[in-house]
Design a protein around this ligand. Structure first.
Ligand SMILES: O=C(O)CCC(=O)C(=O)O
Length: 413
């Protein structure tokens, strides 16, 4: 065929592009994004280019009008009055944002700094040492790779991650990478302690007994993800982590000073400026916030996400659904119950990028967008099969009523 216009050239190039082969060749190196950067690349390989981000990304949209709530946990055990004040702050932050920063949380800053350094050491060690951990077998407790949804996502994120499943069945110390073993064990203990405090506060914020969420098993499973985002030669073309909402009960996120994390609030992407010694808390109760991390031309950026989630055996027939104590005639059940297996399969098949790239967010009806934020609109579909029962029953009910789809989905067992 004679190519006579730039349009035709484009079509021809598209036809020739074999994404799966490019992915496979990259995956086979086991060197991750860090390996690419070390090889001295100046332009982004095609597999990383995120067309949707270029169209919709508007990366610099921080807005001074909003600031993410910062909650000081110092006074939580001082007096009943001070505890009540903190609980009220938690309730409001969870309901309005689904995301807040905590300071004076009890984890020494030296532990936070060493955790970041440990994750850096892992990713920056000799490739021959690191390769042993490279895997896509998520039945393993410890592994490293580039993107969990690597082969299914429409574009690859500029990020490598070390995954360590620390509870309920922790790896033996020897299974953890030697360069960060001690600090991963120590940080996991500290995060679990903090999570128990937060679950108490959240239970009380819901009007439940302090131990309610703990007794439901919310703090039994812990996965730690140590992300490494190398400096990117063309940060306007790709994402560090695509927009998503977390699927566990609670996430505790530690980030270094580089920045790049953004949350979607009232239809705007807001920068989450790092606070040294602070931790970000995101949860699935009230609102589960849509967030993402940009690729930056400075770096590496390091973050450590700890997901408190259920870890019952995948085959367990245990059903998760709305908390019975929160249901009433005024607040009837909106989500159907589901098993962990069903939920996981759905999450894996959706990946991160599918929501944005499919245009799902952009194509919401004006009514939904007007009703609340884009983040909420995104959650509508996911929540209907969400098993954890921690969502705001009242809010979801209203949203579902607006779209009159409640009964269809409730019956969709
Ligand atoms: O690196 C970050 O700041 C975000 C990480 C994140 O969103 C995740 O691990 O789910």
């Amino acid at each position: 065929m004679v190519v006579s216009s730039s349009g035709d050239v484009q079509v021809e190039t598209e036809l020739k592009y074999d994404r799966q082969s490019e992915l496979k060749a990259f995956d086979d190196t086991k060197a991750g994004v860090k390996g690419l950067v070390d090889s001295g690349l100046a332009k982004l390989p095609r597999m990383f280019i995120d067309d949707q981000f270029q169209l919709n990304g508007k990366p610099e949209c921080s807005n001074w009008k909003f600031s993410i709530p910062v909650i000081d946990l110092d006074s939580v055990d001082r007096s009943a009055r001070q505890r009540t004040e903190v609980i009220e702050q938690v309730r409001e932050a969870c309901a309005k944002w689904g995301f807040f920063q905590v300071v004076n949380h009890g984890i020494p800053v030296s532990v936070l700094d060493e955790t970041i350094d440990g994750i850096r050491r892992f990713h920056e060690q000799d490739i021959e040492e690191k390769k042993w951990f490279y895997s896509r077998d998520y039945s393993k407790n410890v592994l490293y790779n580039t993107n969990f949804d690597f082969y299914s996502a429409p574009s690859t994120n500029w990020r490598d991650s070390l995954t360590c499943v620390m509870a309920p069945d922790p790896p033996t110390p020897e299974e953890l990478p030697a360069v960060c073993r001690d600090i991963i064990l120590e940080y996991s203990k500290e995060v679990t302690k903090l999570a128990l405090t937060l679950f108490e506060l959240m239970s009380e914020a819901l009007g439940l007994e302090p131990n309610h969420l703990k007794n439901m098993g919310c703090a039994e499973g812990l996965s730690l993800l140590g992300h490494y985002y190398p400096a990117c030669p063309e940060p306007g073309l790709t994402m560090g982590i695509s927009g998503h909402a977390d699927s566990g009960f609670l996430t505790v996120l530690l980030q270094d000073h580089i920045g790049g994390l953004q949350v979607l609030h009232e239809n705007q992407w807001l920068d989450v400026h790092p606070i040294h010694g602070g931790l970000l808390i995101s949860n699935d109760k009230f609102v589960s916030l849509y967030h993402r991390a940009l690729a930056r031309d400075t770096g590496p950026r390091i973050s450590v996400a700890c997901f408190l989630r259920t870890q019952f055996p995948e085959e367990s027939s245990r059903l998760y659904g709305p908390i019975p104590e929160l249901l009433s005639e005024e607040n009837p059940q909106v989500y159907r119950e589901t098993t962990i297996k069903e939920f996981r399969l759905r999450k894996i098949s959706m990946g991160f990028t599918s929501h944005e790239s499919s245009g799902e967010i952009e194509s919401r009806s004006p009514m939904i967008l007007g009703f609340n934020s884009l983040a909420h609109a995104y959650h509508l579909r996911e929540y209907l099969t969400r098993p954890l029962g921690l969502a705001s029953v009242r809010w979801i009910r209203e949203l579902v009523e607006v779209h009159a789809i409640s009964s269809t989905n409730m019956n969709d067992k």
